[in-house]
Design a protein around this ligand. Structure first.
Ligand code: GDP
Length: 360
């Protein structure tokens, strides 16, 4: 499934509405969204101007965009860390996500009930954060007591981990998420196995309602409290996503004074949050965008396409997407010496177009 973003938030804030809008943007993926009782999955296409330009000049038989998988994780209520609502099951689902989109209600429609009786985005964020912090605290405290025993018997590694875990427990005890700690790469690696909920990168999404899709007073209050927030009206997004004609979509957005849809903004922001970059392949009449983590090597990139290519990797031919758009052909780029030959350890750059050579 690749990397995924878990959509979290209190009940009735618009998570499902948003996920449906996200999923409807992906026409090429046929078997999504699939639903389970308490989990919906939606695969959203990543808006990509470069892919559009490449498609125009290369006229491939098929074009496959990069996607981000969103998982709507229902069931977070006050007390989830103590087993309320879906409790532990909910937390296990959050643990599986690579990053979180925290949806916060900023619309005041009296017809939609709020679990706490009033609309207060800053309080809502705290309720959710507190549950995640308490769940992490329990895991961290248990780990501390296990390591205390090992450390007493002189285990050096356990001693180091103990120190780190105590730092984590202190932060959580102060109500601070683990992501707020400044950890060294080694420390982050040491904690990875715990899948702490508050160590995941988070993006805040304000569901602003249809009256004020670009913001509003409640949105501003939220932004003051948490920093960067993506404003979205889940209801408007679900209306936009029902328009099949891209021109109609544009006109709709223009009428609302928006340049791109909230869904597009959210997908773009999530892609960045996951630390992903895009490379392209053009072989066999198929133009395809591939999402990979920053720092991916040419050989690892080959493995995204096919495991045989990674195993038998010889080298990659690399051109920039701009050069390919400008000339329209690999042959022309070969002629003008614009094709580089790179080895297995080459770090793939955002916007590279790759052609792999491999032994079968
Ligand atoms: P979830 O429990 O977080 O998944 O929330 P839902 O997506 O099921 O939405 C809960 C209710 O809020 C539904 O009745 C939606 O129609 C309504 N809702 C969602 N987004 C908006 C919005 O932007 N404006 C208004 N007025 N209602 C919304």
């Amino acid at each position: 499934m690749g990397l995924s973003v878990g959509i979290i938030g209190l009940p009735n804030v618009g998570k499902t509405t948003l996920l449906n809008a996200l999923a409807r943007t992906s026409a090429e993926v046929s078997n999504y969204p699939f639903c389970t009782k308490d989990r919906n999955v939606g695969v959203a296409e990543v808006p990509d101007e470069r892919l559009v330009r490449l498609k125009e000049v290369l006229k491939p038989q098929s074009t496959i965009p990069a996607t981000v998988t969103f998982v709507d994780i229902a069931g977070l209520v006050k007390g989830a860390s103590r087993g309320e609502g879906l409790g532990n099951k909910f937390l296990a689902y959050v643990r599986e996500a690579d990053a979180l989109a925290h949806v916060v209600r900023c619309f005041s429609d009296p017809d939609v009930a709020h679990v706490d009786g009033s609309v207060d985005p800053v309080r809502d964020v705290q309720v959710v954060e507190t549950e995640l912090i308490l769940a992490d605290l329990e895991v961290a405290e248990r780990a501390v007591s296990r390591r205390e025993k090992a450390a007493r018997s002189g285990d050096k590694e356990a001693k180091e981990e103990l120190e780190l875990l105590r730092k984590v427990v202190d932060a959580l005890g102060r109500g601070e998420p683990i992501r707020s700690l400044e950890l060294s790469p080694e420390e982050s690696r040491a904690l990875r196995g715990f899948s702490f909920l508050t160590s995941k990168p988070v993006i805040y999404v304000a569901n602003t309602g249809e009256e004020e899709p670009a913001g509003g007073e409640l949105f501003e209050r939220l932004r003051e409290a948490v920093g960067e927030v993506v404003p979205i009206s889940a209801k408007v997004e679900s209306e936009i996503s029902e328009l099949d004609d891209p021109e109609e979509r544009r006109a709709f957005l223009e009428d609302m004074g928006l340049e791109e849809s909230g869904v597009e903004r959210l997908v773009r922001a999530s892609y960045k949050l996951l630390g992903l970059i895009t490379f392209y392949t053009t072989a066999h009449g198929k133009l395809r965008a591939w999402p990979v983590p920053e720092g991916t090597t040419a050989q690892e990139a080959a493995g995204e396409v096919h495991s045989d290519m990674e195993r038998g990797f010889i080298r990659a031919e690399v051109v920039s997407w701009e050069d390919l758009v400008r000339t329209g052909s690999w042959a022309e780029l070969h002629r003008t010496g614009k094709v580089r030959s790179e080895g297995r350890d080459y770090q793939v750059q955002d916007g590279d177009v790759l052609l792999f050579h491999f032994r079968t």
